[in-house]
Each structure stands twice: as C-alpha cells, then as structure tokens.
Design a protein around this ligand. Structure first.
Ligand code: SF4
Ligand code: SF4
Length: 118
C-alpha cells in the first residue's frame, strides 16, 4: 500500500521526507493550481512502501493509506488525482523548504487548524 501525505503538510513543507525517500517519489507542484493545497504529494504507483518517510515528518503528516485518519480520507484521493491532473514536468523532487524545525507549539497549532486530534 502506498503512503499518503495529508493536509497537515500544507504550508509546512520542510522537505524532511524528500531527503529519505529512496525512490524520489515525493513531489511538489511547480505550477499554481488552486485545486491543490501547497503541500507535497507521494506518487501512489512509485512508492515502494518502505515507510522511511513517516518518522522523518515533524508535522505528523504522512500515513500509510490504510491508516489515514477519517478526517483526512479525502487526501488519499488527492495524492492520486494530482498526478493525473498535471504532467510530470510540472513536479519537482527537490522542493524548496518552507518552514524547518517546527516547535511543538507550531505542530499542535497545525493539528488544531485542520481539526485533527492524535
Ligand atoms: S516531512 Fe512532512 S511536512 Fe515535511 S514536506 Fe514531508 S510530508 Fe510535508
Ligand atoms: S514509503 Fe518509502 S517509497 Fe514511499 S514515499 Fe515514503 S520513503 Fe518514499
């Protein structure tokens, strides 16, 4: 089963996951598209299910698809749809970090922002 990046990554994008993915299947969009949040996405067919990315994400944004919280279920489809909506040339595997080393308070605030309780 592929892994999924949820909306908890939106506007955070520290890119820690990108650095550990052995197959470079974590992408950022390089073009504006208001249908998608500013976050990274895992290509569902390229992910080899190694689980290396999940513990690296300080924002707790990555889940195995079978374990995506109910509140973020839609994000599984979004990780599929974005790669159908855009050609490969419109993605990058070297996105620029937005916010590195979040504090526990920032992480908690982000959970609350998206209505998530661990
Ligand atoms: S580590 Fe988490 S928050 Fe950072 S870019 Fe990857 S999925 Fe997004
Ligand atoms: S599970 Fe492994 S292959 Fe899949 S996105 Fe994470 S690091 Fe990459």
């Amino acid at each position: 089963m592929p892994w999924v990046i949820t909306r908890l990554c939106a506007d955070c994008q520290d890119t820690a996951c990108v650095k550990v993915c052995p197959v470079d299947c974590i992408y950022g969009l390089t073009v504006e598209d208001t249908n998608y949040r500013k976050q990274l996405f895992i290509h569902p067919e390229e992910c080899i299910n190694c689980a290396a990315c999940e513990p690296e994400c300080p924002w707790g944004a990555i889940f195995e698809d079978a374990s995506v919280p109910e509140i973020f279920k839609e994000d599984t489809e979004i990780n599929v749809n974005v790669f159908q909506a855009h050609p490969k040339e419109e993605f990058t595997t070297t996105p620029t970090p937005v916010l590195e080393h979040p504090t526990p308070e920032q992480i908690e605030t982000n959970y609350k922002k998206w209505g998530y309780q661990k």
